[in-house]
Design a protein around this ligand. Sequence first.
Ligand SMILES: [Zn+2]
Length: 330
Amino acid sequence: MQQPSTASLIASIPKVELHLHLEGAVGHDVASKMRRRYEPDAVIEPPSAGFKDLETFLAVYDGICRYMRDAADFRDATWHALSRCAASNVRHVEMFFSPDAHKGVAYSEMLDGILDAFDAAKSEYGMSALLIPAHNRELGPEHGMAFLDKVLSDRRERVVGIGLDYAERPNPAPPFARMYERARAEGLRVTAHAGEDGPAEYVRDTVDLLGCRRIDHGYHIVDDPELVARCRDLDVLFTVCPTTTLSTTIWRDLSARDHAIRRMIDAGLRVSIATDDPGLFMTELNREYTLLAENFGLSEAKLREIALNGATHGWLSEEGKKDLLQRCAA
Ligand SMILES: [Zn+2]
């Protein structure tokens, strides 16, 4: 019998998406439609794939956020993002969003729109989803406490934890330690972007000072073998995003033997493959798996193991995990 192609094998594997920003999942078509609701005569530039660096990317990201202004915009954007996940055979999503990037929209209204779309995805695709408000680290730790007040003021069952994102290098982890300590004391799960363009030390501080056992990106950990060993022992989960590394990190060639994600997998770190900002980077989760399978020569067993990491190490309750594993096995 002929071997199935890598693409069809990957399409058949049930997946979990743990690193997806709502606003970065908005594709050019949807972004244009949302903008025209508010500026019917706007001249809209064609999309471009890839970005020079993290800063140029964030400028475009902010542009999208400006036109998400009410619950309906949030519902539409979320539905679009989850539908794209469904097309990659994703059974469970844990989605970031940026509450402070949307001026003039109440936090509760954002939640209403997003969670409405979560309900729709549950009934349409049988897909579960959790939500992670992420603090823009550029706004600093004091604002981080205000962000946390907001999150704690309107707790919903599916809002399970917090994240930390935006420009990493000028905004390292230590000043956010108190905010993270308080979040954990309040029963929130915690993750943070680290080691994307910041050094290994930023990853270490995120583990030690913020108490994270889940790290978004984390690539520069490869520069610190002692930390690699410790994170392996602590069973830290890294959400890695192949396509975005080509724009936002120093590793711009997935076929290179020293690409950080390859070294992380080789070192036995637990990773989950994710898309990060699939709308802006014109990608999808099946494609991210294919890129790693083809460039790193990952076996079917390894691909399935990586896909399961997201189910076993995500933030669903024990009962929710059991249900997810059953849905993945079906
Ligand atoms: Zn991200």
